[in-house]
Write a protein that binds this ligand. Structure first.
Ligand code: IMP
Length: 417
């Protein structure tokens, strides 16, 4: 069965490692949304791989496909591709012809959008031009990969885009769109990647009978519609977008991934956030620094209320917990089980003001005892009892089996139940 691997929190749950781990059993790994705002580091045999766009399945020689729901920055993709070809022989990477491009002006507009908001309203985007690129897609102004076949088409499109955006860019003292430079850049890029582009009409034939692993980017709580708007990313991150974003009409099961605690980069509500030494300790021990922006991630206890919501909106079939090893030496470990005694069905997660107004007290938490160092990774049974209790409590609360336990960045630090 095909599988979608989906982050259930605010991103950075460890999807890259799990996709790498699972991809052995699949033929094709597909990204269906987001762009180079995502980022993951995968460590295999002490070799470090960093990816933003290309699925980590590429390390195992799997076919990797970026579907039409992705927004692609040509300069970034070219750099990532060049790095990959120095490390991996004949990587099998394909791009949907229907992908919308992120160009320089999208990054300028991202910066402008943020600059006009006062500090508590700023989204804290990755500044990669993601929002403005999706805005153009919805506004029917995108330059698509298929447009790059014709220099004339690029020129025509960029001329009208220039008319639309130059007044804004000028108003904010940003450089105006340079038609010649943009067109030449895109023509060069096309020369480099044209062999990787698959016409959307051929996708089904090309990938017929392939077993597919879909790799989500960001997390369910950053979903444009289901997350705490406007502190969200600009795509639908949840599993129902798999089919639209890939243009592959297939059935799949959903594996939801969550960290044993919660993190968030950027602004927006975070009910179980820790502002004390424990929060700093988790951030440091868990190396909670954004892969893309190098910003420190905000840290908090595991939030089962939002996790239950994420499981529901993603129709999660099975779960994977990551990074419980980070909490090993804390004397007490807590999980948030309600917001002001409210359970997930009573909370509106898509309105940031509502989520922001949640102030939690002790009765909203369940406390667990330290599980100490984990010495044996051979099976669930050999884990310390306190960790087993933690996992079993979460499983019971969510009503979904936790099938994968990841206790370190290496492939062999993974327990399958
Ligand atoms: P954007 O996606 O760059 O527009 O940023 C919107 C929000 O999503 C910001 O809070 C970012 O920090 C957050 N975000 C975007 N991509 C990721 C990711 O891969 N991991 C975690 N947060 C992300």
């Amino acid at each position: 069965m095909n599988k979608a691997v989906i982050g259930l929190q605010w991103g950075d749950e460890g999807k890259g490692k799990i996709v790498d781990y699972l991809s052995e059993g699949f033929d094709l790994v597909v990204r269906y949304q987001g762009g180079n705002n995502a980022g993951h580091t995968v460590i295999v045999d002490s070799q470090i791989y960093k990816f933003n766009l290309i699925p980590s399945g590429v390390i195992r020689g799997k076919i990797c496909y970026l579907g039409q729901g992705v927004v692609l920055d040509p300069n970034h993709f070219a750099k990532e591709y060049d790095q990959i070809i120095t490390k991996i022989d004949n990587p099998k990477i394909f791009l949907s012809s229907n992908i919308s491009l992120i160009l320089e002006y999208h990054k300028q507009l991202d910066k402008i959008n943020e600059s006009i908001l006062n500090s508590e309203k700023k989204i804290g985007t990755t500044s990669k031009g993601i929002g403005p690129a999706y805005q153009d897609k919805v506004g029917r102004k995108s330059i698509k990969l298929y447009d790059l076949k014709s220099k004339k088409t690029i020129e025509e499109k960029i001329k009208s885009i220039k008319m639309f955006y130059d007044p804004i860019l000028e108003n904010f003292h940003e450089s105006k769109i340079n038609i010649e430079q943009t067109v030449e850049g895109l023509v060069d890029f096309y020369g480099k990647v044209k062999e990787l582009i698959v016409d959307n009409s051929l996708i089904k034939k090309q990938f017929k009978n392939k077993k597919i692993l879909f790799e989500g980017a960001q997390g369910a709580l950053l979903d444009l519609d289901h997350g705490s708007y406007p502190f969200v990313t600009s795509s639908n991150t949840i599993s129902s977008n798999v089919v639209i974003g890939s243009a592959l009409q297939v059935d799949y099961k959903t594996l939801g991934i969550f960290k044993a605690y919660t993190t968030r980069v950027g602004n927006g509500p975070f009910p179980s956030e820790l502002f004390d030494d424990v929060g700093h300790y988790i951030a440091e021990k868990g190396v909670e620094i954004g892969t893309v922006t190098k910003r420190k991630r905000r840290c908090g206890w595991l939030d089962l209320v939002s996790l239950k919501y994420s499981c529901e909106i993603n129709r999660v079939n099975e779960l994977c917990i990551t990074k419980a090893d980070v909490l090993n030496n804390l004397s007490k470990i807590k999980v948030c089980k309600s917001y002001n005694s409210k359970k997930y069905l009573d909370v509106n997660f898509s309105e940031s003001n509502i989520l922001n107004s949640m102030s939690l007290d002790e009765t909203d938490f369940e406390t667990f005892q330290s599980w100490g160092d984990i010495k044996d990774l051979s099976s669930f049974e050999t884990l310390p009892n306190n960790l087993k209790n933690y996992i079993l409590y979460i499983e019971e609360y969510l009503g979904i089996p936790i099938k994968i336990i990841s206790l370190g960045p290496e492939r062999n630090q993974t327990i399958i139940r």
